[in-house]
Design a protein around this ligand. Structure first.
Ligand code: 4AD
Ligand code: MG
Length: 454
């Protein structure tokens, strides 16, 4: 007999004479003549209730069908007198794998810290089941957004020889033993320095300057030693890149993208959003509804500094023109001042990477960051420097090794075009739509400084 997923059983239109469900027991309650099993298979937040009468085949093992055990249940799908519409009147139950008392998820209400230490089991809780289902649904929505708009999905390399952001936060890729003497790149696998990518942007630009609109969606790596709730050493990034596009066009796509993801979350029918709204962040649904409806504020960096200086707000780092914005500044702007998503643009050139287009003022570049309530920076992007001489001057000014970027400069030598793009941290997006406060709780296996368990 074919297995029915719990999600489909619960959504059935009619009773069923025969059904087979398989999953893990969340709870069991026994009376003299029958037992109730709550069975969850991870396809939905809700479990299905199984009524198993004493004496049915397999009932002799019922004592072992406790929390965490895996079971296979056959029976009839019938109207339930309880909260849910359907339950299963079992004709047989089978113990697939028992879970002794040492099963760490016996009781409810574990702390997120404890659950991180059992990342291999935490997906069996309501919270993490909902998180990982949401991650998958949002990933599909990312592809849907770009594919519907004629963007080509590009698989940029994970091992690279260039540092896109120029921040020197790269993990080296080498086959040399770090403890051995006489190390030299000559003896190394690639015969030169190689790293894990911090961004697929540079390679993405080459593709946009051929295919017009492209996006990447894959893992990126940063050896930033910032142990915050919003940074991970391994995270997924979405990077669209558009040829014949300027900063304003870039902002338009970023805003439409965020709204598309938020709207997808709002149309969730599986109960995960309700769950997050009830148990994680009671303001979540209202906040997402507001984001879906309001236009995002667009504010230049210079205006933003001015607003903060005049605000009377106490900042740990008092705002001044030329500074890199900290999380406290970003969150003040989006949460307290504008109370909606804000796109800050035209940042000082000194605090931004080499590839951003220099504005006519000679002081700022066409950068833009999308700041959202609850997160701060969700997106970073820019119009790119398409003028060869200016790009070469930037590379020079930043003291970068020119030879490694000849291929990148070729885009400006041969048929250069104005182009722009941005990067979205996928985990920050998931935090934004679930209300979850720590990036470690939206990654299946988070990697952070001094933490590479599993
Ligand atoms: O602002 P960033 O550094 O921009 C870039 O990498 C550009 N190459 C993007 C582009 O224009 N194509 O990173 C983009 C986004 C940030 O806004 C943030 O959401 C996320 O990536 N991000 C991180 N997320 C989690 N952990 C980290 N360590 C992150 N660093 C950046
Ligand atoms: Mg950034």
């Amino acid at each position: 007999m074919k297995r029915t997923l719990v999600k489909h059983a619960l959504a059935s239109e009619t009773p069923m004479e025969e059904i087979l469900v398989e999953g893990w027991v969340r709870t069991r309650r026994d009376s003299k003549t029958f037992s109730f099993l709550e069975v969850n298979d991870g396809t939905s937040l809700a479990s299905i209730q199984v009524v198993a009468d004493a004496g049915i085949p397999g009932y002799e093992d019922i004592a072992q069908m406790g929390t965490g055990a895996s079971v296979s249940v056959q029976g009839r799908l019938v109207e339930s007198p309880g909260k849910q519409r359907w339950e299963i009147q079992a004709s047989g139950v089978r113990l697939v794998g028992n879970a002794p008392d040492t099963y760490p998820l016996q009781k409810k209400g574990h702390s997120p810290e404890f659950l991180r230490s059992i990342a291999h089991l935490r997906a069996r809780t309501n919270l993490f089941g909902a998180v990982f289902r949401t991650r998958s649904r949002m990933a599909a929505a990312v592809h849907q957004f770009f594919l519907e708009r004629d963007f080509v999905w590009i698989h940029t390399p994970i091992i690279t020889a260039s540092d896109c952001e120029g921040a020197g936060e790269m993990f080296h890729v080498t086959t040399l033993d770090p403890l051995a003497d006489n190390k030299s790149y000559d003896k190394d696998f690639f015969g030169k320095a190689a790293s894990l990518t911090v961004s697929g942007q540079l390679e993405g630009e080459t593709m946009a300057c051929a295919l017009s609109n492209i996006y990447t969606f894959g893992p990126t790596f940063r050896a930033e030693n910032s142990n915050t709730s919003r940074h991970a050493a391994e995270f997924w990034m979405i990077e669209p890149e558009m040829a014949f596009c300027d900063l304003e066009g870039d902002m338009d796509v970023a805003e439409a993208f965020v709204k598309h993801i938020v709207n997808t979350m709002l149309t969730d029918e599986g109960g995960d959003l309700d769950f997050f709204n009830k148990f994680v962040d009671k303001g979540l649904r209202a906040r997402l509804e507001a984001v879906a409806q309001q236009p995002f504020v667009r504010c230049s960096y210079t205006e933003a500094i001015d607003i903060m200086q005049k605000s009377g707000e106490k900042f740990e780092f008092p705002p001044h023109w030329g500074m890199d914005m900290q999380s406290e500044h970003e969150r003040f702007l989006t949460e307290k001042h504008f109370k909606c998503p804000v796109i800050v643009y035209n940042y000082p050139k000194e605090i931004k990477p080499f590839y951003m287009r220099l504005n006519d003022d000679g002081k700022t570049v066409t950068a833009m960051d999308v700041l959202v309530p609850g997160i701060g920076e969700l997106i970073g992007g820019s119009q790119r420097e398409e003028r060869l001489e200016q790009l070469e001057a930037n590379i020079e000014r930043m003291g970068m090794d020119k030879t490694g970027y000849e291929w990148y400069c070729d885009l400006r030598r041969y048929g250069t075009v104005p182009h722009a793009g941005f990067g979205v941290g996928f985990e920050r997006l998931i935090m934004f739509v679930t209300g979850i406060q720590n990036i470690r709780d939206v990654l299946p296996y988070p990697r952070t400084p001094r933490n590479c368990e599993f």
